[in-house]
Design a protein around this ligand. Structure first.
Ligand SMILES: Cc1cc2nc3c(=O)[nH]c(=O)nc-3n(C[C@H](O)[C@H](O)[C@H](O)COP(=O)(O)OP(=O)(O)OC[C@H]3O[C@@H](n4cnc5c(N)ncnc54)[C@H](O)[C@@H]3O)c2cc1C
Length: 253
């Protein structure tokens, strides 16, 4: 069974692998079969999994009229309507948003792109979307929530990076809930202490991510995020502690 490769952050992937190995070692004969059915109007991807003799099947359908006879890469190209930062196409007065433009296929991305387009049509001056700050959520167990640059991506861009990490095993609320697996990682640009990314694996990671989105949106520094008082005992304290950890100042470890 291959490594969970979805996440840019290797520690998140590693943590998830560990969880999968420990919790799912009873998974026998796990078998994922992906198939693609193209019936001219609907492309369906099937994923079959057999667990202890019980077979489950997931179907995901994407409706594309022009799909017949096209390869996957050609199908993806069908979605690639080029737009500018205000979601304007090359056709004057025509805007495009969501899955038909070459940005992440996510509901919240489509929604904000729609707002930008609508505001621009209404003659306002909307702020273009910063695609470096798209929240990504994986509703697995433990949950994964991530926003901004991973440590590796930040280094690829040539930034001098500082990282702070805080484990849920050291957090009171996580102990109360009995969900101590995982951690919060804060990635910063060393020069300005600016928060570049926050990566969370653990309890309610997808909800905890909201604070990280605000921090990135307001260009907060790790010091600012760490200084903000968080209620105790809450899971959100892990974000504060990870920000403090960037400067070796986490209170609880
Ligand atoms: C199984 C699945 C799970 C997903 N889970 C998540 C998730 O957890 N989180 C997340 O953020 N994103 C998720 N997504 C992705 C998300 O749903 C899409 O990125 C988002 O809906 C894109 O919005 P959109 O407006 O571009 O397209 P859509 O939401 O697909 O809206 C397009 C609309 O246009 C209508 N339409 C199509 N053709 C015509 C026509 N000819 N005339 C009139 N109307 C037409 C359709 O009926 C539809 O209502 C998921 C997608 C799938 C398939």
């Amino acid at each position: 069974m291959g490594r969970y490769k979805y996440h840019d952050d290797w520690e998140i992937s590693y943590q998830y692998d560990c969880h999968f190995f420990v919790k799912c070692r009873s998974l026998k004969d796990a078998l994922w079969i992906a198939s693609l059915i193209d019936d001219n109007s609907l492309i369906t991807v099937h994923a079959d999994c057999e667990h202890d003799g019980v077979k489950t099947t997931a179907h995901v359908g994407i409706r594309i009229r022009e799909a017949r006879g096209k390869s996957i890469s050609e199908i993806i190209e069908l979605f690639d309507i080029q737009v500018d930062e205000y979601m304007r196409t090359a056709e004057p007065g025509v805007y495009a948003i969501g899955d038909v433009v070459p940005t992440a296929w996510l509901a919240h991305v489509a929604s904000k792109e729609g707002c930008v387009a609508a505001e621009h049509i209404a003659g306002r001056d909307p702020q273009p979307i910063n695609y470096d700050r798209i929240p990504n959520c994986t509703y697995c167990e433990p949950e994964i929530g991530s926003v901004g640059l991973s440590e590796a991506k930040a280094k690829e861009r040539g930034y001098d990076v500082k990282v702070g990490k805080f484990p849920f095993s050291a957090l009171a609320k996580a102990k109360i809930l009995g969900e101590t697996e995982g951690f919060v990682k804060v990635v910063t640009k060393a020069e300005y202490d600016e928060v570049l990314g926050v990566h969370i694996i653990g309890p309610q990671a997808t909800d905890l991510l909201a604070e990280a989105c605000v921090a990135l949106g307001l260009e907060a520094t790790a010091e600012e995020l760490g200084r903000i008082m968080h209620a105790h005992p809450t899971l959100s304290e892990a974000v504060m502690e990870a920000a403090e950890a960037v400067h070796g100042m986490a209170t609880s470890i």
